[in-house]
Design a protein around this ligand. Structure first.
Ligand SMILES: Cc1cc2nc3c(=O)[nH]c(=O)nc-3n(C[C@H](O)[C@H](O)[C@H](O)COP(=O)(O)O)c2cc1C
Length: 329
């Protein structure tokens, strides 16, 4: 049984799995590995650094990869989109912020436009902007997001798209790290999934080994949504976004005390502490972006092995469970 969906047909890929464009973690090697395994890798453009993007696209070699941007940050460095479009990316993903004018630029360049959304209002905006693919991101997700759960936002957007934009494809994101998650997402009406945390804990991810080891040791109880790490790094995220991070000592020391943390003298000291600890891979004294899916991360393996296992599990589960699921209705 093959997991062929509208997504695999539309993007010309083998499996309905995209690598999330995780800022600084999803480099060229990881994106290329996900593509080589039959998914599609997206390089994490993050807050935008021209040299980093050049280097990571070079690392991807000839692999067909796309790129994702944090939209409100791209608005401050719009030339980065032109830089990436010159490389004929397999797709451009925009998350977190106003889609105009970037959506039109992407579409004019002929690249598939993927928009990650967190609310119904965002979903409607993405459809109006001409998104080819919408990623419905639940609050379980690692990194930035809002508060809706994957289990309800995916079918709500699936129903909305069926009514209002049937040609627009839907991906589920947030908490998907094994075949159960992929199978469930397809059952909820998604055409595929976008996976971050599970690939963040892969051999190719640009993540300190100590962070990955902390994820393996963590349970799903060990993450929290907070603004602490953004306040500490003086990154001014717009409302209503917060980030899911690990409950490190640093994060829990300041969670609930963000106003005090933002005081000039305090934030200068804590920013240095947080960034320095990140450079040294000191988990306790920094912020670590990862999702509730840590619950399902048991080992650090090559991304291709992870992807193929997710697909195998989902195929098995869907083959086994689909008849009884249908019979129960
Ligand atoms: C470490 C990390 C960094 C992330 N950075 C970005 C980013 O720069 N841009 C973006 O659109 N999404 C980013 N995300 C969110 C992902 O796009 C995606 O929604 C999320 O990883 C899906 O949930 P999961 O982590 O449970 O798989 C990040 C996620 C993680 C874990």
């Amino acid at each position: 049984m093959a997991l062929r969906t509208r997504l695999t047909d539309r993007l010309g890929i083998e499996h309905p799995i995209l690598l999330a464009p995780m800022g600084s973690a999803s480099g060229g090697r990881l994106a290329a590995a996900v593509t080589a395994a039959g998914g599609l890798g997206l390089i994490g453009g993050g807050y935008g650094d021209a040299d980093w993007l050049e280097r990571e696209f070079a690392q991807a070699g000839n692999a067909r990869v796309g790129c994702g941007f944090i939209t409100w940050s791209l608005a401050r460095k719009p030339h980065l989109l032109d830089q990436v479009l010159l490389r004929s990316p397999a797709a451009i993903m925009l998350s977190f912020g106003a889609l105009r004018p970037f959506a039109q630029i992407v579409k004019t360049a002929g690249a598939p436009l993927i928009c990650q959304v967190q609310t119904m209002a965002h979903a409607r905006e993405a459809v109006e902007a001409g998104a080819d693919i919408i990623v419905a991101q639940g609050a379980e997700a690692g990194g930035h997001g809002v508060s809706r759960a994957t289990l309800t936002i995916v079918p709500e957007i699936a129903d909305y798209l069926a009514r209002s934009a049937p040609a627009t494809l839907l991906l589920a994101a947030g908490g998907i790290a094994d075949g159960r998650g992929l199978g469930a997402a397809l059952m909820l009406g998604a055409d595929g999934v976008l996976i971050g945390s599970r690939f963040w804990a892969s051999e190719e991810a640009l993540v300190p080994e100590s962070f990955k080891a902390a994820a393996v040791a963590a349970s799903g109880d060990d993450t929290i949504r907070t603004t602490v790490v953004d306040v500490a790094r003086k990154i001014d995220w717009p409302q209503p976004f917060t980030a899911r991070v690990m409950k490190t000592r640093f994060t829990m020391q300041w969670h609930g005390r963000e106003t005090e943390l933002a005081e000039p003298a305090v934030v200068e000291r804590e920013m240095e502490r947080c960034l320095d600890a990140a450079t040294r891979g000191d988990v306790d004294n920094t912020g670590v972006f990862v999702g509730e899916a840590v619950a399902l991360i048991r080992d650090i393996r090559p991304a291709g092995v992870i992807l193929r296992q997710i697909v195998r599990e989902a195929e098995e589960l869907l083959g086994r469970k689909a008849p009884s699921f249908l019979g129960a209705r």
